[in-house]
Design a protein around this ligand. Structure first.
Ligand SMILES: C[S@@+](CC[C@H](N)C(=O)[O-])C[C@H]1O[C@@H](n2cnc3c(N)ncnc32)[C@H](O)[C@@H]1O
Length: 267
């Protein structure tokens, strides 16, 4: 369901509204694409980070920030929504990994120039009204030679209109996309994780996510304009084993849902 466009402060407010249920649902394992496919693919593509200072932009409740810290990186996390930061800090107190979190805007990062060796952004840049500004900010806080690795919803296969076509057995056999050149510019979509049980849909309101869309060409242009050098683009696809174990991600054997981009500052 789509509604009118949201202003920048309303985008931040929408994420704050989502943060409590989002944190509980992801911690209960309902973000299957993230846990079974996208984070493992992201970490497999990541250059070595042990001993490096890293910033996780749009860190949410911190699950991926903790994964990076467990690889030996010295992590900080930043998120626009105070409730996400509170959940992340609670997890840090329960299992200290040396991570510092703070509330802040990815489009105006509260960090000095050249503070980090690398930055990550897991499914957060495409939620920002001006991702080009966020990319320029990531570039600003990176040291020369540092890299940004981010995942976004794949611009080609998750444009504003998308429908998975299924056969009589419920098996996905195609993905229909449309509106590739349209930016909804903050129209609000309401949705739950697809595996969320009915009783939780009664209890927790659907997420409200303001949606933005940029073509693949526009993303490449934004990366290059930020002064970063494109280094890798990875399109995660579930293996037969992962799809059998988690049927919800089987559609990524047809087309990818996510695009992982790595780009680097010149040394
Ligand atoms: C799809 S969630 C992903 C959360 C987390 N990175 C993960 O992978 O589980 C998008 C995140 O981006 C954050 N976000 C959205 N706009 C932001 C902004 N302008 N600055 C910082 N964080 C933002 C949201 O609050 C939310 O935590």
């Amino acid at each position: 369901m789509k509604e009118r466009k949201a202003a920048a402060h309303e985008v931040a407010a929408a994420w704050e509204t989502n943060a409590d249920a989002w944190s509980r649902h992801t911690r209960s394992g309902y973000d299957v694409y993230r846990d079974a496919l996208h984070t493992p693919a992201f970490l497999a593509a990541l250059p070595p980070v042990a001993g490096l200072q890293g910033l996780d932009i749009g860190c949410g409740e911190g699950a991926n920030t903790r994964a990076l810290a467990r690889l030996g990186a010295r992590m900080q996390g930043v998120d626009i929504a105070p409730t996400f930061v509170r959940y992340a800090e609670e997890a840090e107190r329960a299992e200290p990994l040396g991570i510092q979190y703070r509330q802040g805007d990815g489009m105006a990062l509260p960090f000095a120039d050249r503070s980090f060796d690398f930055a990550t952004a897991f499914m957060s840049l495409m939620d920002m009204p001006e991702p080009g500004r966020a990319l320029a900010e990531a570039r600003r806080v990176l040291r020369p030679g540092g890299f940004l690795q981010c995942t976004i919803l794949h611009p080609c296969f998750v444009p504003p209109s998308r429908r998975v076509l299924r056969d009589e057995q419920g098996q996905a056999f195609a993905v229909q996309v449309a509106d590739y050149f349209r930016n909804p510019d903050g129209e609000v979509e309401r949705w739950w994780f697809s595996t969320l049980p009915a009783e939780l849909r009664q209890k927790d309101a659907a997420f409200q996510t303001p949606v933005f869309h940029h073509t693949l060409g526009a993303w490449v242009e934004m990366v290059v304009s930020a002064g970063l050098v494109l280094e890798a683009m990875i399109e995660p696809s579930a293996s037969e084993e992962v799809a059998a174990q988690h049927p919800v991600v089987a559609d990524t054997r047809i087309v990818p849902l996510a695009l992982i981009i790595r780009a680097r500052c010149r040394a």
